[in-house]
Design a protein around this ligand. Sequence first.
Ligand SMILES: C[S@@+](CC[C@H](N)C(=O)[O-])C[C@H]1O[C@@H](n2cnc3c(N)ncnc32)[C@H](O)[C@@H]1O
Length: 315
Amino acid sequence: MTIALPQRRLSDFAEDFLEGLSRTPKTLPAKYFYDEAGSELFEEICRLPEYYPTRVETALLKAHAAEMARLAGPNAVLVELGAGALRKVEILLDALEAPRAYVPVDISGPFLHDRARQLRQNRPSLLVEPVEADFTAEFFWPASSSAAERIGFFPGSTIGNFTPQEASHFLKRLRPHLSALLIGVDLVKNPAVLHAAYNDSQNITAAFNKNILARANRELETSFDLSAFDHYAFYHPFHQRIEMHLVSRKAQNVFVLGRDIRFHSGESIHTENSYKYTLDGFQTLAMSCGFVPVKSWTDAEQRFSLHWLEAEPKA
Ligand SMILES: C[S@@+](CC[C@H](N)C(=O)[O-])C[C@H]1O[C@@H](n2cnc3c(N)ncnc32)[C@H](O)[C@@H]1O
């Protein structure tokens, strides 16, 4: 008699990691940077002097929170996509009139739940309903609110991690679930400023980039030698995007989930894109997805933008 042993299902990370490294060129989805260690490293990036997006977006939120709160109206249910450390939202929560609930959505589960616990302690009267989910897949919107009550908040230019086609698909999927969306978008600018932001002098961005391999060592029992890969980030003006890569310093083989993955000397793993938009370019994209641009805010040097988009009701 043969006994069928149950097949252990690989995690999404394991499946996508193996699939991405089996391709030519090798690519890995940026969402896998964010385990607990990756979320902590991103927090460090936000404090770097070279990383202007966090500073500029935070200043824009502070300067215009009252106007944003007027647009949102009373009793809003705020749904933050890719909520991270739940810092920027504090500015909005202070300004909103009697927000009914706050729903932070993030793929980085333990980090999300820890930050949500802290927020509940600081704001005991606010209903905080964290959702651990991959927002590129279908996820459950809280049944306790309707689309008409929900305001989406999507800061940090996380939209830039999608190609414009993926961004369009994502925004079209979001629209029926929201009444409005406040979204942060990094702008096209001098490539030297962009280059510095992704090549900081303390090498924190390099550690963040390598965390995808460190995470594989922790979760998939691989043995990547992190010192055998270089962090390489550059601005590609034609595509209007920063590309992040990990470049193998030598020919090497790494055993990944039963497969021998070969790296040539100088071969790269493409780990992230961060697309930059013009103000008009982003508004055109938003309109093609059924959103009406109501207001945008930007800094004097036009480094970063925030957009208030209303979701067009379906005809
Ligand atoms: C660039 S960080 C921005 C963090 C924060 N919102 C900010 O503005 O500083 C991207 C955030 O989105 C989350 N994230 C990335 N991909 C995701 C996905 N597919 N589903 C859910 N969350 C995701 C990450 O865990 C991280 O917290």
